[in-house]
Unconditional design. Sequence first.
Length: 506
Amino acid sequence: MNNTENHIYVIFGASGDLTKRKLVPALYALFVQKMLPEKFVLLGASRSDFSDDEFRSRMREAIIKFKEIDDESQVDQFVKKLFYTSISFDDEAAYQKLSDRIKSLRKEFNINGNTIFYLSTPPSLYGIIPQKLAAVELNKQNDGWKRLIIEKPFGYDLESAIQLKELLLKDWKEEQIYRIDHYLGKETVQNLLVTRFSNGIFEPLWNRNYINHVEITSAESIGVEKRGGYYESSGALRDMVQNHLLQVVGLTAMESPSSLDPIAIRNEILKVFQSLRPIKKEDVKNVAIRGQYLSSKIKGEQVPGYREEEGVKPKSVTETYAALKFYIDNWRWGGVPFYIRTGKRLPTRVTEVVIHFKPTPHFLFSQNDVCQSCNQLVIRIQPDEGILLKFGMKTPGSGFDVQNVNMAFHYSDLSNQRIPSAYERLLHDTMKGDSTLFARTEEVLEAWKFLTPVIECWKNDKDVPLFGYPAGTWGPQNADDLIENKKMTWRYPCKNLADDGVYCEL
Ligand code: BG6
């Protein structure tokens, strides 16, 4: 449904990777589905010197290469809406030129002052661009709304995040700022809310009385690819844990919001973050494991180790794997360990939440392994999106042997409707002014606060090991030591929802 107002969408960093891989293909998908407003202009801005036509032809290629939607018939029509201006980001005069270009496009296409500014630039510019936009009054809403979209990471640590917050709030109102965390745009992440709060059967069990522990994995099979430069200043903790994984924790652990109002939902997530038990400095080595991938053979092909990747220092100590154990100190979760892990160059790409239920109080049947009576609910975010329930059944034949069986729902069975990509959903939300799926400052700051001891310890304490792991494996074995029950390990998920095991077909 098209319920967006006419506007101009300005993308800073328009010559970058995110613009071509995600943003423009997502905008094209919205265009094909008639979800863009009648009058819409995309203005790309970055340092490179392109003409409008050069930009259009690059974006045309990108739309076809990084295809979001099957229909390619309208690409030519769409690219007519694209324009480009080169900009030197810290030059004041360049913003006046930008403002003039926006004004002339407005006039040409008869669009009022509604404007979105998307910062898809290196994070070091997140403070500079909004300030300069304000200097030429491009933050003023007298002639139409102005919105600012900021990519993650919001800050580098707690201190820099506070500084950035204060800087932005000097010229922009909180409701004008949209902090994007693309995990929140994933259909299956939103489905966490629906699974939990539309089913009476889960809620009574969703607490410390019935849940033994919660495990969240976000694994990637790719390495850092061409992003070594960025990743060196980030690492797995900042790149994935501080934002994506903690947001998934928030949705898994939150109380039911009073309504679907964005503030009601964001408040409940914030409360989870405020209840995270602070990690003591001296405990970091026992509750946080870091690793870095080493060169290895994957399916017969030699792949480089992290230190051999482009843009990475030969002696880099940046982690490409991070696993944490922590607690949420509230009535629902008191005493329930949460285990989260993420890594690059793991065996497969998979993101999932696993709820491990407590065993029965007295197990009557023959038991082959420690988890014979432990039920698991696996909520698969990607790929093979769906939900898997594992429970015990009698093995046919004499005696009362129990075996675990699977009951799986695959999201693809729900309908043959295509699932919109995360960026498609979030870009459309920014056009509607719906901030439900965007992180608020307080959440971001709480997340940094929680991780500060780990960040500091990994930076300063040379005795905390950085484990190497061969590319294509499940990361450092030491991460298994985090699991309290020594007879249990992490779940080793495969591509298919129902399969698991360290050596499964990937
Ligand atoms: C990004 C990270 O935010 O998320 C990347 O910067 C990571 O390093 C990506 O690869 C993972 O996203 P997805 O949607 O593929 O799980």
